[in-house]
Every structure is written in C-alpha cells, then in structure tokens.
Design a protein around this ligand. Structure first.
Ligand SMILES: [Cu+2]
Length: 543
C-alpha cells in the first residue's frame, strides 16, 4: 500500500502487483432473458513471461467473462467498481437504451471507486460485441478491461454450420522494466500514434495455443481490443472464410487469405482445418509477421465434416436488399462531411545556440530551414538546433526504412520518443464538420429515428500527422460502408467502426434507430482522449 501512496504522489497509477489475486482465464456466462449478472472491476496480478504485472479485470479474468445471450433477450448487469479510478461500461456495438450506453456525464454519472451502477442490456442484433470502460479508455483498455458478448441468432440458419467456436481478443501491452509502462493520472501520453505494445495478448495470453481436428470447421470470434494497433490475421495451412463483421453476417461468406481488424472492429471467421499439422495464427504487416497463437491439428478426423459446404456463399437476404438500393445511395450527395485532422505543437528541441533547423520525426534525413511538412509522410517538421539524428529519437534505424505507408496504415510506432512526449496538452486530434466548420464537441448534429444519413469521412493529408483512424459511432444505429475512395464496397455488413486510412475518403450510410444523445469518435484510445470525438442528438419520430 505504501508504494501505492508513493505513486499517487508522483501522479501515476499504481504498478505493483504484490498481494493481488492472479488473473484467471475468462469464463463463459450463458445468460437467459431476464438474468442478472454481477460484474466487478478490480486489480489483478497477471503473469507475462518473466514479468508479473498489475492489470485490471472484470470478475478476476483478462479478458472479462464472455457473455452468451439470445437475440431479442434482455439482461441486467450490476457493475461494481473496485478499480483505480471512476468508470463506466460501454457495450460496444449494441443498439440499446441510451441511458445504458456508458458515456460519462452524458448518459450516466461515472461509477466512483467503491460504487455500483445497474445496466439493462438488450440484444436486437445477432453477432459479436464487446464491453470496455469509457473513462480513460487509454488506461482501462490497456490494463485488461474488455470482454466479449456473443448474441446467438434467433434464426438457426443465420450462420453457416461449424463444429464449435473460439473467442479471441487481439491486444498488445507495453511492458517496460517488468511493469506496464506507467500512466499519468491526469494526462494521456502516446497521443500522436496511440500506445503500441511490445507484448501481444491473444485471448489475454502471450502464448495462446489451441487444438483442432483434421476436417474440423471452427468459428473464430475475433475482436481488436488494442489501443491503436491494427491487426491483419492469417492462418496459413488452413482455409479461412469471412462470415461476419461488427454487427452480424456479411452479404455473402467469402474465402479470404487474411482479415484486417482496426481497433474495436470484429471479424467472424470460419476456419477449415484441412490436414493434421502444426499451424500458426499470424499477424502480418508489410514488414513483419508476428505469431499470435499455435494450433495443433490432430489427424483424428472430425465427423461429420461440413467441408463440402465450406465454399457455399451463404447469402444474407437483408443485405442483398440493401445492395439493390446501392446505386441510389452512391449517387446521393453526402448529408454530412467530417474531416479527420491533427494539430501538433512543435515538440522539437529548441535548446542550444546553433541555427534552428526543422526535421521529420519519422524521417530524420528530411530537414529544412523553415517549418513545414515532410514530403514522405506529411508529418509536421519539428524544430531542432543540431544534427537531427542526435536529438530526435525513436526512429528505428536505417534497417527499417519507413516511408509514407502506401496502404495508409501505421503498423508500428516509428517515432517512439516523440510519441511518448505527445500528450493531450500538445497533440490535438480533430473531427471537423466541413459544412459548418464546427470542431469536436462543437459539432451539433441532429437526426430523427428512421432517418438514413450519408456521412463522408475524409482523412485529410493537410494535417500535422496524417495517419489512419478507426471511426466509431455508438448505438444510435449501425451503418453500411458504401464506398472507399469512390469504390463501391464489394461485400456489405452492418458496422459500428470503419477504418479510414491515411488520405482516404470513406462514405457510410448510417441507419438511425435509437433516440438519445450518442457519441461518435476515433477508437484509437489516445486520439479520443485528445479530443477526437463529439456527440449528436437523435429525436424520436414524430407521428
Ligand atoms: Cu484516430
């Protein structure tokens, strides 16, 4: 306890795991209509290879328990907060009653440490959802506060047939000197690119393993719970079929080589294990491949095998109906245009007597006598008084040349020290309504239940740090991606988050169904903390 007090004096959250219960593996809670679940936030000791670190969990596990519910049911969740700071629970992707959406000071008073709040949840849509705090998301999510909800469809034919399923969260944590790198109680750091971790946690584990049988079809429920890392998942040696996204199934099941998930996005992937062997679930970036989990496939055949049906398209009539109206949606002028922009204070080192030059933190070889932007990546040049390679740290060296990502995704933190220094004080992430000029919380959108709103998201290159943003809208409705850079989306699925790559323009069609005051924000936790959010009002339909 004395160390806790000492750390409070230094204004950081505690990091000492001594005396804490060890984190357990997440349990599965099957909940029927009307059931009540108790969910308790509390600190835990978590073993990560050589280090034992202090983290936070729901009901003693990381991730928290997986809730399995029936579409159309309602449950009650009583949340007790025995964590480090006030909290709420946001039920990500659920279209629910606004007062249970878990947005602090907007839909509820935050739950104080030692306090409780009771949520009523309903599940109108089948699919994969998740829960996490909406207070200091950068801290809470990094420390392990996340769990999944699987909503079983009312229609037994909704999904293709599988033998069984596995729920896997994809996450990373930054471990330094045997603890999770410290968090200030008052300020979010790593506000430029978000906090990248150096230990990957799959289903909460640094070395996840599972087994399967030859001929078996296993459904993977994947959720990216990382603060900022984008995952690109592949499973060489097996066949993968993408069947579902954020909110339910795709227009048609599609055999894929890899699946991209930005923070908070979900993917439901059916895997056919064709033969016995040792496989590795991987995260593939253009420069690197990370192992995520080891899979042992045994020769004993799974029977009966649905392998013959694996290539069936399993069409979704509700989305095929949307496809028929696609040309009209694409032709519509957008109702709203939202720009995604960064403003960064100069974080360079002005000390010294030498002449000031300006350098790119990501490309130290790019320097100039005047302030400006890097021609390689668009980043704001930072002032420096000497050899820039000596003062601007964090570039990974010439063995890792990092040019403007051609795919518009920042896969790694290529300017660690600059990113660490970037805080909510000097880094200003903005959503700007290009029609009114209003920024962030000044944006004042008003919709009506039943409306369909076409929103154009423009990730502008004229920005101090152009990068990708996963844009998330709370449960006022759900949306379809219509087009990315003018190309019509080839396979539709209902979504609550869309990745907008660097320089990209994405058109979405937002189907508004629930009244209340709702949030929209970037789901890079540090970007949201740095202002990249606003709320909008949905009025009830006038009869
Ligand atoms: Cu962002």
């Amino acid at each position: 306890m004395s160390q806790d007090i000492d750390q409070r004096a230094h204004d950081t959250f505690p990091t000492d795991p001594a005396g804490l219960p060890e984190a357990t593996r997440p349990g599965v809670r099957e909940l029927a209509d009307g059931d009540v679940l108790d969910l308790r936030i509390a600190p835990l000791a978590k073993r990560l290879d050589d280090a034992t670190v202090r983290m936070l969990g729901y009901n003693g596990s990381i991730p928290g328990p997986t809730l399995r519910v029936r579409q159309g049911s309602e449950i009650v969740v009583r949340v007790a907060n025995d964590g480090d700071l006030e909290s709420t629970v946001h039920w990500h992707g659920l279209r629910l009653e606004n007062r249970f959406d878990g947005v602090p000071h907007e839909t509820q008073i935050p739950i104080p440490v030692g306090g409780e709040f009771t949520y009523r949840l309903r599940f109108p849509d089948a699919g994969l959802y998740w829960y996490h705090p909406h207070v200091r998301e950068d801290y809470g999510q990094e420390l392990g506060l996340y769990g999944n909800i699987i909503v079983e469809p009312a229609d037994p034919e909704y999904w293709p047939a599988v033998h069984r399923d596995i729920v896997l969260t994809l996450d990373d944590v930054l471990v330094e000197d045997g603890t999770i790198a410290a968090f200030s109680r008052t300020e979010t750091n790593f506000a430029a690119m978000g906090r990248f971790g150096n230990v990957l946690l799959i289903g909460g584990e640094p070395h996840a393993t599972f087994t399967a049988q030859a001929g078996e079809v296993v459904r993977l429920y994947l959720t990216n719970t990382a603060n900022t890392r984008v995952f690109n998942v592949a499973l060489p040696g097996a066949r993968m079929k993408l069947v579902g996204g954020d909110s339910g199934r795709y227009e048609r099941a599609e055999v894929v080589e890899q699946v991209l998930l930005a923070p908070s996005e979900r993917a439901i992937v059916d895997v056919l294990f064709t033969a016995a062997g040792a496989l590795t679930l991987e995260h593939r970036t253009p420069d690197r491949t990370y192992p995520l989990a080891s899979v042992t496939v045994t020769a004993e055949p799974a029977e009966p095998s649905p392998a013959s049906a694996f290539d069936a398209a399993h069409p979704a009539p509700e989305l095929i109906a949307e496809r028929r109206r696609m040309d009209a949606y694409l032709a519509m002028e957008p109702d709203k245009i939202l720009a995604l922009v960064a403003e960064m204070d100069d974080m360079g080192e002005m000390a010294g007597d030498g002449p000031v030059i300006y350098a790119c933190p990501m490309h130290p070889e790019v320097t100039g006598p005047e302030p400006g932007r890097c021609p390689k990546c668009g980043m704001k040049l930072m002032s420096t008084s000497q050899d820039p390679s000596a003062t601007i740290h964090g570039h990974h060296g010439d063995d890792h040349p990092h040019d403007a990502p051609s795919d518009g995704i920042e896969w790694e933190d290529d300017m660690v020290e600059m990113n660490r220094m970037a805080t909510t004080e000097n880094m200003h992430w903005k959503l700007i309504d290009r029609t009114t000029g209003a920024e962030n919380h000044h944006i004042d959108w008003r919709f009506t239940v039943g409306q369909r709103v076409k929103i154009r998201l423009v990730n502008e290159m004229d920005s101090d740090h152009p990068m990708h943003h996963p844009f998330h809208i709370h449960g006022a409705g759900r949306f379809l991606v219509l087009a990315r850079d003018g190309l019509a989306e080839p396979n539709l699925v209902w979504k609550d988050t869309v990745l907008v790559r660097t320089g990209q323009t994405v058109d979405i069609l937002f189907d508004v169904t629930e009244p209340g005051l709702w949030m929209a924000h970037c789901h890079i936790a540090e970007h949201m903390q740095s202002g990249m959010m606003f709320s909008f009002t949905v009025d009830r339909e006038t009869k």
